[in-house]
Write a protein of this length. Structure first.
Ligand code: ADP
Ligand code: MG
Length: 422
């Protein structure tokens, strides 16, 4: 693996760096930013309530590049545009608005455009940022010249990659076209590194490729928990579906000391034990797999529950207490997935209790997953943890949900495998 940090003493003024980031933040977060909200940078690595970690945590890589004189072209996706199959190639993407169909296409495109990031990033980086539209990407020679002729340290943002059909198909031709805009590729989007997309995988065939500063942090922290973790190693798994997490659970069955189960996942275990779960969320097809897991004494299930209208919606107080005691003794913790239906405050208590126990613990902890990290941030913020003590609690907030689970399942992520290609 080649790390961008290894270029720290280099002058990069001759480089045009294509930097793959993940700007896939929610519309709510985006609106907050557009209202002029300037994020707080704290010492906890982004544990502030309103800061979308995704954005905050990639600033060091952008700054690293511009401070060394490089020109930066940011590549990212946002959302899941439904129109992608109708757009054959990037050059055609901005074609005529003549018929109704193309009007609809443009509406969806605007919703998911990366254009708002121009303003947001220029505030954060205190410099003008340029936007490259799909039409400009179509006129690739002209755009290449524009980037080449820009001053050192210029930053460009390319329109949402998923608006181009080649991206999710890992299309080589499209990747080559993208690659022709620069001479160096940097992946700082761990959260998409499990996806075989053109801007993550195919592009590395055409450019010398490096892992960015955030990706380096991810790899170092996750591999620290995977290889020779300090024991006791406690895994906490919750969330909606066990099918998403089974790979990671199986991979840790031997190495972990305890696997604490909560959320909808626990319901599938109860169903496998033939306990009545009423109308609770569970996965029927996973019962045979779960039955095998039940043979392990490392699997710890809730001992009491919060129930409403025949639905199990959270772990109970006794369970939260029991789990917190195990967490207190842990030296390494990995947590993914809430303990209950956190969208309703009344059923977020179990999850909050776990977050508090982890913050209190002295263990090296990794927390990942969209909902899980958002609760973790809220709890950390509510407790007003000053930077120092937060650092002591050694919590690493992973930027990857699915990517983190695949990594922890022992899979080789396609976007990481290719970073030593050229
Ligand atoms: P993450 O985004 O942190 O990876 P998941 O996406 O796996 O987590 O799961 C989060 C979702 O699981 C939340 O929307 C939450 O409401 C749901 N969930 C957890 N436990 C339950 C439960 N007992 N009943 C219904 N939904 C649940
Ligand atoms: Mg989720």
């Amino acid at each position: 693996m080649k790390y961008l940090s290894s270029l720290k003493d280099k002058n990069l003024s001759k480089q045009i760096c294509l930097l793959r980031l993940d700007f896939n933040i929610t519309n709510a977060d985006l609106r907050g930013y557009q209202r002029g909200f300037i994020p707080r940078i704290n010492l906890c690595g982004g544990l502030t309530r309103k800061t979308p970690l995704r954005l905050q945590s990639v600033l060091p890589t952008i700054k690293f590049l511009i401070e060394r004189g490089a020109k930066v072209m940011i590549l990212s996706h946002r959302g899941r545009p439904k129109i992608k199959s109708k757009i054959p190639a990037c050059a055609k993407a901005s074609a005529g608005r003549k018929n109704q169909k193309s009007k609809i296409q443009f509406k969806i495109q605007n919703d998911l455009s990366l254009k708002p990031f121009v303003k947001i990033l220029s505030k954060l980086l205190k410099k003008p940022i340029h936007f490259i539209t799909l039409k400009e990407l179509g006129l690739i020679n002209k755009t290449r010249e524009k980037i080449k002729n820009s001053p050192a340290g210029s930053v460009f943002v390319l329109e949402n990659l998923r608006l181009m059909a080649g991206e999710e198909k890992n299309n080589k031709k499209f990747a080559k076209q993208l690659a022709s805009l620069g001479n160096l590729y940097i992946n700082d989007a761990f959260s998409v590194s499990h996806r075989k997309n053109a801007s993550v995988v195919a592009i590395t065939e055409f450019l010398s490729s490096y892992a960015g500063l955030l990706l380096e942090e991810e790899i170092k922290n996750l591999s620290r928990a995977m290889k020779n973790p300090k024991k006791p190693l406690v895994i906490i798994v919750g969330g909606a579906k066990i099918s998403d997490k089974i790979g990671a659970i199986k991979n840790f069955l031997k190495r972990a000391n305890y696997i604490l189960i909560g959320g909808g996942i626990a319901n599938t275990f109860f169903a496998a034990q033939k306990l009545s779960i009423g109308k609770s969320l569970y996965e029927k097809e996973m019962i045979p797999t779960v039955k095998k897991l039940l043979k392990s004494r490392k699997i710890i299930l809730p001992i009491d529950l919060a129930i409403k209208k025949r639905k199990i919606l959270d772990i109970g107080l006794e369970t939260a207490k029991k789990y917190a005691e195990i967490i207190e003794k842990a030296k390494t913790i990995i947590w993914n997935g809430p303990m209950g239906y956190i969208e309703d405050k009344r059923f977020a208590k179990g999850t909050e209790a776990i977050a508090q126990a982890i913050i209190k613990s002295q263990a090296f902890s990794i927390v990942g997953g969209g909902e899980t990290t958002s609760i973790m941030s809220k709890v950390a913020f509510a407790k007003q943890i000053p930077g120092g003590s937060c650092q002591k609690s050694k919590v690493f907030i992973s930027s990857g949900g699915g990517a983190m689970l695949e990594y922890l399942a022992g899979k080789k992520l396609p976007g990481l495998k290719t970073l030593n290609n050229i």
